[in-house]
Design a protein around this ligand. Sequence first.
Ligand code: SAM
Length: 252
Amino acid sequence: MLENEANPTISKSTGLPRKRFYRARAHSNPLSDSHFPVPISPSEVDYSLHYPQLFPSNDQRDKNKKIEFADIGCGFGGLLISLSTLFPETLMIGMELRDKVTEYVKERILALRVANPGQYQNISVDRTNSMKYIPNYFEKAQLSKMFFLFPDPHFKEKNHRRRVISPHLLDEYAYALRVGGIIYTITDVEELGEWMKTCLENHPLFEALTSEELEADPAVKLLSSATEEGQKVARNEGQTFQAVYRRISAAP
Ligand SMILES: C[S@@+](CC[C@H](N)C(=O)[O-])C[C@H]1O[C@@H](n2cnc3c(N)ncnc32)[C@H](O)[C@@H]1O
């Protein structure tokens, strides 16, 4: 759990930032103005910054090797870390709105790389607003998996527009996902679970995985256990609601 024994900002018991060093807001406003660099297009994403051992030079890298998994609202990065060793040949990125949380994930990945030479080179994180900038990061049909684990619920009806799953945003995700690519969602808020499932069910470019397919997919097993939020829900014996859908091609 703990990657950096010497780091006083990290709790030894939980492996997460200590409260006196890091005060998180429970739910940040994803629509508020923020100032962070955004790639102007997917070809401008600097792979040498994100995966320096794999791509020492961004200009001379193999342009066919692209990010394939995106963890949207990755929080403290637990899913990325689990996926990294499960899919060591796949490049993945976490997109996280909160600056300090992003910095924490960066440090966490760096500490893992130092402690495990040659490993954890395929994961990275960027501070960004996924609701605005998905097309800046990913080309059409680039992604094979998108994860939305325990997203902020935005309970009030007037704030539903802030939810990271919506009919409009599913159009964007369908653009970034290749046919056969998969969207994974999970929450402990029943109403949000219903919302996400209904949005996916009603979208013409997504279909639900069968129970056999869910059983066979190793990523599904991580949904409730790999992230910090999922572990909290499990400790409290909370119920979870998941929806896992495949990108399909448009009807002729
Ligand atoms: C409840 S946390 C869940 C974190 C993580 N997925 C987990 O399961 O532990 C939701 C996360 O989504 C992030 N988030 C919310 N809106 C976002 C947005 N528009 N773009 C990127 N991250 C966002 C929040 O900052 C927060 O870290």
